[in-house]
Write a new protein. Sequence first.
Length: 345
Amino acid sequence: MLPFIARARTLGLSMALATAGLGVVATVPASAVAGPTKWDIQVGAGNEVDTGLNRFYPSDITIHRGDTVSFGWGGFHTVTFNPPATKSILDYLGPGGFSPGPLDSAGKFVSGVPLGPPSAELPHFNVLIDVPAGKYHFQCMLHQFMHGSITVKSGTLPRTNDENITLANAQIAADTKRATALDARLTRHASATDGQALVGAGDKVAEFVKFYPTSITVRVGDALTFKDGDLHEPHTVTFGPVPGDPRDPAFGVFPSGPGNPNAYDGTSPLSSGFLFHQSQYNYWNLKVSAVSAAVPRTEFSVTFAKPTMPGNVINFYCALHGALLPNGDVVGMSGHITVLPASDD
Ligand SMILES: [Cu+2]
């Protein structure tokens, strides 16, 4: 069904043409008169604080050749058709990662990122789809499970854009509900004193950009082990500032001191470098990047050399998703540690 305005316009046009003696237009089916359709896909969802939903909403749509797909940003992602084997994730985060449509050949590299002037809403990434009948894949280059497809066919389509949006909203609601329950379970089960902490967590869609727990107690001489539970994005476990130049592609990627993780004093800068999984190294195609030497590591252990003073804590943060403020406070993806004297037994 055409929207009312479009129907009114179509009707008005046929009446005008009929009046001009071109009544033949009345025999053209309404769907042909309507012309190309715009289809909406929301790229990710979440609360923009600590929970991301890394899925295309909807993931798979069926359209006509000549229609436009309008990708609206629901988080930081890319929309990429036919990624070249010569590019790594680092390429997509800069201007070289942008390659506008139309998709007018099956193998054409088309890619967008949510970049633009500061405004209330980032401009959508609109891609005219001008390829023969077939199935065309796209993906987010950052989030390895985030894939979608556009099927091009002629004739009747399975759903309207409005019907797609309704299904997409139901999927967002289901993902949000599942994520809320999983986050509550992780929070409940995170022990502040068992010597372990999670660095990010989630499932194949939901991503929690936080530490579990955020408040940790450990004794002098006992190892505290941080484990990366996020298959979506990399993280760091960082105490104090990260040395180096933030514009350097290698910034923060590799472990750095001078703090000694085996006998940490709680004050010297110390960073795990990026924690990530082998599957992420592969998906990001890091082997062709400036940081190809980065080794996928999913754990970082710290053993403290002395107790914190009463009322004091040691702050830590993720250098990618959190920050150290000039006054020593940490914000975003961060936490703090209380170090007790070694136990006597
Ligand atoms: Cu992080």
